[in-house]
Design a protein around this ligand. Structure first.
Ligand code: ZN
Length: 300
């Protein structure tokens, strides 16, 4: 199984609650733990502007590339603007395109990055500049390598950008399971939303997720499933209010991979959020997701 990664994923945020060094640390941990060999990593090219324009407005793309976002637009991103940020998000979008292509070839593939599910066609917010997953789905549809896709979003925050982008699109089924009383407000409706109470723990979370997966996959058969595997439902997360344990998060990953693979559906994994008090916990959660994804790939 291939892991898509670039050192350019680092968003250059400095001292920020979003630890963008986590991508590099996660890739290094995969090597150290023997989950991946150096040759299992694939370096993505940046998405083309035409690919990005399959989702985002040309005017927004121009502002990003010329550094002409307004003060309010940068405030809404909640991360500082820099040329490195723009390079990072274009490469992450290229990474999710490549991850989708590799998942279709190998059954499972993972982007050691991406999952920027709060980006909208005309603006970014909540640390998300470009919606890499939506760009990948639109590109794969344009190439006619897939017709139908599903997003399974287990980040603690609802996938508002995903819901908005695919709202009127019957070819993409959006499923989000998240903490109800948390950003974003409002939450545009996904095809299936599961709103969880504050403090929901492993057992209730896993039961709700299993019900949701069976419901979604019972009514919609995708050619490819994008798993947005946020680490922030963890009980030690600074921006999340759910109470999953490390073991519960691993069970979550097994459930998503298992339900998809049992139906023969290829899975493309992206990392999304993670703000644990201890950075090593966030890295451990992401690395565990990727190890379980590799087990789901079955020896590739
Ligand atoms: Zn999140």
């Amino acid at each position: 199984m291939k892991f898509v990664y670039s050192d350019n994923y680092d968003l250059n945020l400095g001292d920020h609650v979003f630890p963008s060094i986590k991508y590099k640390l996660t890739a290094e941990k995969l090597l150290r733990d023997g989950v991946a060999r150096p040759e299992d990593f694939v370096e993505p090219a940046p998405a083309s502007d035409d690919d990005v324009a399959l989702v985002h407005h040309r005017e927004y793309i121009r502002k990003l590339k010329t550094g002409t976002l307004s003060y309010l637009e940068i405030l809404r991103l909640e991360i500082p603007y820099s040329p490195e940020l723009i390079r990072a998000v274009w490469v992450a979008a290229g990474g999710s395109i490549l991850t989708g292509q590799l998942a279709l070839r190998d059954g499972v593939a993972a982007n050691v990055g991406g999952g920027f599910h709060h980006a909208f066609p005309d603006h970014g917010e909540g640390f998300c500049v470009l919606h890499d997953v939506a760009i990948a789905i639109r590109r794969l549809q344009k190439d006619q390598t897939i017709e139908r896709a599903m997003t399974v979003d287990c980040d603690v925050h609802q996938g508002n950008g995903t819901a908005d982008i695919f709202a009127a699109d019957p070819t993409v089924f959006t499923f989000s399971i998240h903490q109800e009383r948390n950003y974003p407000y409002p939450k545009p409706p996904s095809d299936l939303d599961i709103n969880l109470e504050d403090g929901t723990g492993d057992a209730d979370y896993l039961a709700a997720l299993e019900r949701g997966l069976k419901q979604a996959l019972g009514k919609f058969q995708p050619d490819l499933l994008f798993y947005i595997a946020g680490a922030d439902p963890y009980r030690e997360d600074q921006l999340g209010g759910l109470s999953l344990s490390l073991g519960g998060l691993a069970e979550r990953d097994r459930l998503v991979l298992g339900e998809a693979r049992a139906r023969g559906i290829p899975v493309a994994v992206t990392l999304a959020g993670g703000y644990a008090r201890r950075l090593e916990d966030t890295v451990l959660i992401h690395a565990t997701t990727l190890r379980i994804a590799k087990e789901g790939a079955g020896g590739h």
